[in-house]
Design a protein around this ligand. Structure first.
Ligand code: CA
Length: 365
């Protein structure tokens, strides 16, 4: 695989920008004889029209694709208020109602558990580890394997970086404090807290403030300072916990495989490049926004108490996670392949991370 990627990277600059996608995405392309033909695609986003920087990723991608193709590739981006199905993107793209989607794969765990690890696993990889695995550690290939039965070619769509553990109205001192707690928390972390007696739910971002304010839920996790402060959660919940559940959540572009295969080869490359550049831009922008909004929160909402779960609680959550992951691996050969690939990569990448950023930050507080 390494040789294959090296060869691709050395071949053209364009392919370098697309990483190893070209090896795994789609089965072929239409002949590019009609160079003036305009291709129009429709994209459904999980996010609302003002949800920066998530919605911006697909909007930037569409703009880049149109400019790079000299107007031959036009992508219409519909935010969630247009299609009214923020957590139904997989079906919209699978059925061909939409050609593309921008979402997070773990929202579809009810349809296919193996979609979860491509977004994030509790106690899993940080964003740099997740992205290293995705582009060069076998992640992309495994993602195509999972999405092929859904008639979808999938691509990374931007990383949120480390997510905060969420907003709580009451402190968490022991694992018993989770009992009966209604919490918005998607993905595998929801399965983990369910084992403590908590009641996890997945609610779209736009409905979270009202749900917490009205007591429909007692706690929620969303993203981090980059996106939480604008939502106003600090006005209705005093405790802001550090993260354990989504250490480097990746979003995704989903593309209907027939729509993808209809594109001429040059437009496929332009689309892949625009997706990758917009994804990278979203990751960088989130990092920047986290710094900016954390500073703003400390000034404008000094009463927010930033907490970390007690070590005994984290240990308990980790033990539950390990047990559930073990069960899942025993039940699903696909999940076994993905989890073993991630764990092997995480061990190697973490050895470097401990020597590098972690050591440096520890030594230079
Ligand atoms: Ca989240």
């Amino acid at each position: 695989m390494l040789k294959k990627i090296t060869l691709v990277v050395a071949t053209t600059l364009l392919v370098t920008a697309c990483g190893s996608n070209s090896e795994t995405a789609g089965s072929g392309s239409a002949d590019s004889g009609q160079s003036d033909k305009v291709y129009k695609l429709k994209l459904a986003a999980t996010w609302g029209p003002t949800l920066t920087p998530f919605i911006d990723a697909s909007q930037n991608m569409a703009k880049m694709a149109e400019e790079m193709s000299n107007g031959r590739l036009k992508i219409q981006v519909d935010p969630s208020n247009k299609h009214k199905s923020p957590l139904g993107i997989l079906d919209l793209v699978k059925s061909g109602q939409y050609d593309m989607g921008h979402t997070a794969t773990y929202y579809y765990k009810g349809k296919d558990l193996a979609t979860i690890p491509f977004t994030a696993m509790p106690f899993g990889m940080t964003s740099t580890e997740q992205q290293g695995w995705m582009y060069y550690g076998g992640g992309l290939e495994l993602m195509q394997k999972v999405f092929k039965p859904h008639n979808i070619v999938a691509f990374p769509g931007g990383n949120t970086g480390m997510q905060m553990g969420g907003w709580f109205k009451k402190e968490i001192n022991t694992v018993d404090d989770f009992k009966g707690l209604k919490m918005r928390i998607p993905g595998f972390a929801g399965e983990v807290i369910a084992e403590t007696g908590a009641v996890p739910t997945t609610i779209p971002g736009g409905e979270l403030y009202t749900a917490l304010d009205r007591g429909t839920i007692d706690a929620l996790e969303w993203v981090g300072p980059s996106m939480d402060i604008k939502m106003g959660f600090h006005k209705i919940a005093p405790y802001y916990y550090t993260g354990w559940h989504e250490p480097g959540a990746e979003l995704h572009y989903l593309v209907n495989d027939k729509a993808y295969d209809k594109l001429p080869a040059d437009l496929q490359q332009i689309l892949k490049t625009a997706m990758r550049v917009s994804a990278d831009d979203m990751s960088v922008r989130t990092q920047h926004m986290n710094a900016e909004f954390l500073a703003q929160m400390k000034t404008e909402a000094p009463n927010v108490q930033i907490k970390t779960m007690p070590p005994a609680v984290l240990n308990e959550l980790k033990a539950i996670n390990d047990r559930l992951v073990g069960d899942m691996v025993n039940e699903s050969p696909m999940m076994k392949e993905i989890i073993e690939s991630q764990q092997a990569y995480q061990t190697k990448a973490r050895n470097w991370g401990k020597l590098a950023d972690y050591q440096y930050i520890k030594d230079n507080q």
